[in-house]
Design a protein around this ligand. Structure first.
Ligand SMILES: Cc1ncc(COP(=O)(O)O)c(C=O)c1O
Length: 406
């Protein structure tokens, strides 16, 4: 079927929740995606931060081939050989003691909210169920995750949501201080707010947040679903600031292309859950865990994170170069291979022209071009990307300037 036929069929059959880009993906190779005509796209979106090792990494393909001959699914009522070693690895890189496996980011967020309530225990009935979240945050679309997600346009239509959620202004220490009380069970943060437009929380703010959590007996939850697992050139983005969260959430790239998420927690927090407190039919299946073990094995090679830092710095330098050329670019933000350009105008047209030119990236917060390439990209891919993006910016920004002066 052609792109037009598929689009037509989808428009008649799917619940219309997505505005898709006009591309019919048929094959992927490294950091390139191919459509049905064989047109090649350089992918700086990476399946929304999922395809950390690109589309067909040989080590992952070998796991897939081998698993297809052995075991795809077994319920969580039965042991399989891969959950425990994966939990051990996640524990080793985070310093957190215990792991619960789920499937998606939102599911991990839901589990963390339950865990925070369970940890507060009997104090919940005395009002200790307040969860602090950040303005400009995004934690997912299910009802609990939506409750801690900031933009009104996502939340409003589905109210009433969870009670006891309060939002703290980004990097506002005074507001952070005011927001704490003995009723706070947890604070959830993204160290880099991904959907929020790649906004990094400041070190002083994060350190104060951790201290306030400790003082008030509240849990610090780091949602590393988008910014974690190597994206910043560290295992976790919070490690840049030496934070020691009580709960860490990971998902997107964990199984490098299949659904797998995890809640990592300190022993004393994890003890709040017992058999029956929580569960997930598919969570931590053998195939996903094997893929994740392979992904982490690659991530743990010292040269790998060095590479992410190096190529991330190279991308950033090139984006700063574009900002010098086009002074109306408002800001370049990010760390490692989560980077963004804030435009003075809506970015939809830039994304559309990017696709025409064989480049995939997206726009968040209307004006922020966001780049989440596979972690395996090389400098030559960055060069190719920037060379493709430059003329598009030139056209779109010049058209805007003409509009301003007309
Ligand atoms: C920081 C963060 N948390 C949670 C989620 C939700 O993850 P999922 O879409 O897998 O449910 C996302 C998705 O973009 C995210 O970026």
């Amino acid at each position: 079927m052609t792109l037009e036929q598929i689009a037509q069929l989808e428009s008649q059959t799917l619940i219309p929740t997505y505005e898709r880009l006009p591309i019919l993906a048929t094959r992927g190779e490294g950091c390139f995606l191919y459509d049905e005509h064989g047109k090649r796209y350089l992918d700086f979106l990476g399946g929304l931060a999922v395809n950390a090792l690109g589309y067909n990494h040989p080590a992952l393909m070998a796991v897939l081939r081998d698993s297809s001959e052995s075991l795809l699914h077994v319920s969580n009522l039965i042991y399989h050989p891969y959950q425990a070693p994966l939990a051990q690895k996640l524990s080793a890189i985070s310093g957190l003691d215990r792991v619960f496996f789920a499937n998606t980011g939102a599911e991990a967020v839901e589990g963390a909210l339950k865990l925070a309530r369970a940890h507060a225990g009997r104090a919940v009935s005395d009002g200790r169920f307040v969860i602090l979240a950040m303005e400009n945050s995004f934690h997912g679309r299910t009802l609990g995750a939506l409750s801690v997600t900031w933009p009104e346009k996502y939340r409003k239509p589905f109210e009433p949501l969870l009670p006891g959620i309060k939002f703290v202004r980004v990097n506002d220490l005074a507001h952070l201080n005011q927001s704490f009380s003995e009723h706070v069970a947890a604070l959830m943060v993204e160290v880099i707010q991904g959907e929020g437009g790649v906004v990094e929380l400041e070190e002083g703010f994060l350190r104060a947040a951790q201290q306030l959590c400790r003082t008030h007996g509240a849990l610090l939850i780091c949602d590393e679903i988008q910014c974690g697992l190597g994206r910043t050139g560290r295992f976790f983005a919070y490690q840049k600031f030496g934070l020691e969260p009580d709960i860490v959430l990971v998902a997107k790239p964990l199984a490098a292309g299949l659904p797998l998420a995890a809640i990592l927690a300190r022993q004393r927090v994890a003890e709040a859950f017992h058999p029956g407190s929580h569960g997930s039919t598919f969570g931590g299946g053998p195939l996903q865990c094997r893929l994740a073990l392979k992904f982490l094995e690659i991530l743990e090679q010292p040269a790998f994170l060095d590479h992410v830092r190096h190529v991330g710095a190279y991308l950033r330098q090139k984006l700063l170069g574009l900002q010098e050329e086009f002074s109306s670019i408002r800001e370049v933000r990010g760390d490692g291979l989560i980077q963004a350009l804030e435009l003075p105008l809506p970015g939809k047209e830039v994304v559309r022209r990017g696709l025409e030119a064989g480049l995939i990236f997206n726009c968040t917060q209307e004006r922020v071009l966001r780049f989440l390439p596979p972690l395996i990209i090389e400098e030559e891919h960055v060069n190719q990307f920037i060379e493709g993006l430059r003329p598009i910016l030139e056209t779109v920004l010049a058209a805007q300037m003409k509009g301003v002066h007309a």
